[in-house]
Design a protein around this ligand. Structure first.
Ligand code: NAP
Length: 482
């Protein structure tokens, strides 16, 4: 069976006649959908845009990365949804490019491809003990609390064993009191906040029932956030940092000595407004008297883990003091201490993964490109473009993907004008190939049914929404029997 039938539609929003340029976008996260928006918004070139995702639902990191207690950021979903509802755009969920269809096959079906499949894995610390139970990637914890089906496998699904699944994360989170989060970026703040908040404080989120139930059983009292560089080098945005000081019954602890600035840190703070604002927030906390709250978040700067200790479970982490040497590298500044910990979450950034058939630079973990034009075999590929984290690396907030997508789509449209990319009358070829393979893509009608099922499930418990975390639940809801 092929994709769900959809209503007849003009080739572009403007209804312009002509053979439409058929563009496939691989990845239905913000990067891909912003590219679809940029393509469908313009009226120079008639387009048909297929936004393809291996997951049954769209929105990528807006659904599976943005913290559930950041509803205002998650509501960007509404804007993304409007793009997927546009006449020139169609969502193809539950279609895995690279396995259901190869890149070569997809290229035969469309006039151009935009890769927007993000950065699929985490970076590692490369220290002893990193493999111990109790040591995990922030990416795993985030995927768990956001209800990602990869981490919430169906009972009959075989675990691939390359990442933790919900039952393992549940066991770790519910038996931890002292957590260490390595890294001083926004994901580290998200993880620290979710670990320290009480279940009551998370009840108004859209977290899956299983996840909320686990979080209600946890008893984390202390979270230590470790930065290998100083307070001038934080990768936090100030709004997110400030939030940590506003959590009920939580003290924020910082050693004022950690906030003293060397000349290079002073120079950074003078030039970088965000660094300066973050420093003010940190200084305020360092001088605040502790309230005797029942839970604590401690920030440690110039500190990095050297060894995770434990036998069959993490029990502590050895840390050392650090400094930046004359070449700008983080180096040891002497022995530190040993911090008690049951849980270590490395939040040291994401990393792009190769997709079979797509050029990939192992060094940068990105698709090589210039202004979004993919470089293949040393030259520009005739029909391939890239946007989002797999283009620029795992940096920036959701909105950064918008300007990034505009750059890529501008390159694509310029190539159409120059004749380098042409419409070949490929409308309908993707549907035909999917049909031949017996692959059924889930479209926006399926998403609307999943959406309604999640809202209804949430309403049963007085919540706005409850995320369906299991693939089977999503597919059942997509059929209308969820
Ligand atoms: P990030 O912002 O790149 O931060 C990674 C952190 O890990 C940095 O502090 C980095 O320190 C540290 N680090 C890297 N390697 C390390 C190592 N070996 N040992 C110790 N520390 C190490 O990455 P992220 O937090 O994963 O966030 C990814 C992107 O998503 C960011 O652009 C972020 O702003 C965005 N995001 C935004 C929000 C929001 O707006 N609310 C929420 C979540 C994520 P160095 O600087 O020393 O390398």
């Amino acid at each position: 069976m092929s994709a769900e039938p959809v209503e007849a539609r003009p080739a572009t929003d403007s209804g312009r006649m002509g053979i439409p340029l058929v563009v496939a976008i691989v990845g239905a996260g913000p990067a891909g959908i912003y590219a679809a928006e940029a393509l469908s918004h313009q009226t120079d070139v008639a387009v048909e845009v297929a936004v393809i995702d291996r997951l049954p639902v769209p929105f990528g990191l807006v659904r599976y990365g943005v913290a559930p207690d950041h509803e205002s950021i998650r509501s960007i979903r509404n804007t993304l949804e409007r793009t997927l509802e546009k006449p020139a755009v169609r969502f193809y969920g539950d279609v895995a490019i690279g396995s259901d269809l190869s890149i070569a096959e997809l290229r035969e079906c469309v006039d151009a491809i935009i890769y927007a499949y993000g950065a699929g894995t985490d970076r590692r610390l490369e220290i002893p003990g990193e493999q111990l139970p109790g040591s995990m990637a922030a990416a795993e914890l985030v995927a768990w609390y956001c209800g990602h089906p990869d981490v919430h496998p169906d009972t009959d699904q075989v675990s691939t064993n390359d990442h933790l699944v919900a039952s393992e994360i549940d066991q770790l989170v519910t038996t931890s009191r002292h957590a260490i989060v390595v890294g001083i970026g926004n994901v580290a703040l998200d993880v620290a906040r979710i670990l320290i908040k009480t279940a009551d404080q998370l009840d108004d989120t859209d977290m899956a029932d299983d996840v909320l139930e686990s979080l209600a059983r946890k008893n984390v009292t202390d979270v230590h956030v470790l930065g290998r560089r100083g307070p001038a080098y934080t990768a936090f945005t100030t709004k997110e940092l400030r939030e940590m000081g506003q959590l009920a019954d939580v003290d924020v602890i910082i050693d004022p000595a950690d906030l003293e600035l060397d000349p290079s840190s002073q120079a950074i703070v003078q030039q970088n407004k965000v660094a300066a604002r973050n420093l003010v927030v940190l200084q305020d906390w360092a001088t605040r008297p502790l309230s005797g709250a029942s839970r604590r978040i401690s920030f440690h700067f110039w500190t990095r883990p050297t060894k995770i200790i434990g036998n069959d479970r993490v029990t502590a982490v050895e840390v050392e003091r650090t400094m930046i040497n004359s070449e700008g590298f983080v180096v040891s500044a002497g022995a530190g201490s040993t911090l008690t910990a049951d849980l270590v979450v490395r939040s040291v950034g994401y990393r792009g993964l190769p997709l079979s058939g797509v050029p990939f630079d192992e060094k940068t973990a990105r698709v090589p490109h210039a202004e979004g034009r993919v470089i293949r075999d040393g030259g520009f590929s005739a029909d391939e473009y890239v946007t989002g984290w797999i283009k620029r690396g795992p940096t920036g907030v959701i909105g950064t993907n918008k300007s990034d997508a505009v750059e890529t789509v501008t390159s694509l449209l310029a190539d159409v004008h120059d004749g380098a990319v042409q419409a070949h009358g490929r409308s309908g070829l993707l549907d035909r190939l999917l049909g031949q393979r017996g692959i059924r893509a889930l479209g926006m009608p399926a998403w609307r049914r999943i959406d309604a099922a999640e809202v209804e499930l949430g309403a049963r418990h007085g919540r706005m929404r409850t995320t369906l975390a299991h693939r089977k639940e999503l597919l059942a809801a997509a059929e209308g029997d969820g």
